[in-house]
Design a protein around this ligand. Structure first.
Ligand code: NAD
Length: 271
C-alpha cells in the first residue's frame, strides 16, 4: 500500500514494469498513468526488445538491467514469458522484491523459482487479474458442488492468434475450480484434447478446449450439461485494461503483506 509521509502526502508505490514493449506491458503503463497510488519507477525488457533505451511515460528509460530496475522499485509487475518470469524471480530473491506475476504457461521449475521468491517477499500470482473472472471462479465451484459429476463439465476458451500457450491459464483455473467443487483431483479427470476413436465421455471427466484467432482478448465459458438442460457461465474480456488495472491494484496491495504467495482472491478480499 502507498505510504503516508511526514508531510501528510502519500508516497505512491514504486513499480518496475517488465516487458514494457509487450501487449500487457503497454496496458500496465497506460493504466498506471490514471492512478495516484502507483508510480512507474523502472521498466525492463529483453536486450533485443523494440523500444529499449526509449523514454517511457516521459520519465523512465527501458533497459535490459533487472538488478538496476529492481533496485529502485517496491514491487515489479511481470507479464512476459516463462523464461523471463523465472529469471526475474531468481533475480528478485536477491532484492527481496515484492512481485505481481501474470505470465501463463509456467512450468514446475518456473513455479519453484516463484516459490523461492515467495519465501522472502510477498508475491501475487494470477492467470487472470480481472474482477469478473475471479468471481466466475467462485461461481463455477459453487455450480459444480451443487450439480455434481452427473452434469458434464466442459470449459471452452478463445484467444488472439499470437497467444503462445494452450489451454489458457484462466481456463485451467476454471477447470480446477470445477474439480474442487466435485471434490476430485483435477489431474485425474482432465481431458485437454479429443481426436479419433475416443469412445463415450467418462462420467466426471472435465474437458478443456482452446480456440485461437484474430484479436480476441480472452473469452471463457464453463458448460454444465445436464439431461435436457444446460448451464453456461461465461466471461468475455474486451480490453487488456481490465488485467492491467487488476495488476496495479495487486501491486498497491502486496507491498504491505508479509512474505508468501497470494492470488487475486486475496487481493479482492474474496478468499
Ligand atoms: P507479448 O508477447 O505482447 O509481450 C511479452 C513481453 O515480454 C515483451 O515485452 C517481451 O519483450 C517480453 N519478454 C518475452 N520473453 C522475455 C524474456 N525471456 N525475458 C524478458 N522479457 C521477455 O505478450 P502479452 O500478450 O503481453 O502476454 C504476456 C504474458 O501475460 C503471457 O504469458 C500471457 O498469457 C499473460 N497474460 C496474463 C494475463 C493475466 O491477467 N494474468 C492477461 C493477459 C495476458
Amino acid at each position: 500500500m502507498s505510504e503516508r509521509r511526514a508531510s501528510g502526502a502519500v508516497r505512491p508505490v514504486q513499480v518496475c514494469v517488465l516487458g514494457p514493449s509487450g501487449r500487457m506491458g503497454r496496458a500496465v503503463l497506460d493504466a498506471a498513468r490514471a492512478r495516484g497510488d502507483v508510480r512507474i519507477a523502472s521498466a525492463v525488457d529483453q536486450p533485443d526488445a523494440p523500444g529499449l533505451g526509449a523514454l517511457i511515460a516521459g520519465e523512465v528509460t527501458a533497459t535490459a538491467d533487472l538488478d538496476a530496475g529492481f533496485a529502485v522499485c517496491d514491487v515489479y509487475i511481470d507479464f512476459t514469458a516463462p523464461a523471463g518470469t523465472r529469471l526475474a524471480a531468481e533475480t528478485a530473491v536477491r532484492h527481496r522484491r515484492a512481485a505481481v506475476i501474470g505470465t501463463t504457461g509456467l512450468s514446475a521449475d518456473d513455479s519453484a523459482a516463484i516459490a523461492r521468491l515467495a519465501a522472502v517477499a510477498p508475491v501475487v500470482v494470477s492467470a487472470n487479474f480481472s474482477l469478473g473472472v475471479n468471481l466466475v471462479l467462485g461461481l463455477v465451484k459453487q455450480a459444480a458442488r451443487a450439480l455434481g459429476p452427473d452434469w458434464d463439465a466442459e470449459v471452452v476458451e478463445a484467444h488472439h492468434r499470437a497467444k503462445r500457450d494452450a489451454p489458457s491459464g484462466t481456463a485451467l483455473q476454471i477447470a480446477r475450480a470445477i474439480a474442487a467443487g466435485h471434490g476430485v483431483d483435477y489431474d485425474q479427470v482432465k481431458r485437454h484434447a479429443r481426436d479419433g476413436e475416443i469412445g463415450p465421455r467418462p462420467r466426471g471427466e472435465i474437458g478443456v478446449s482452446s480456440v485461437r484467432g484474430g484479436d480476441v482478448v480472452g473469452e471463457h465459458t464453463a458448460y454444465f450439461f445436464g439431461a435436457a438442460e444446460r448451464i453456461e457461465i461465461s466471461h468475455r474480456a474486451t480490453s487488456r485494461a481490465i488485467f492491467a488495472v487488476g495488476a496495479l491494484r495487486a501491486a498497491a496491495w502486496v507491498t504491505s503483506q508479509p512474505p508468501g504467495r497470494y492470488d487475486m482472491l486475496d487481493v479482492l478480499g474474496l478468499q
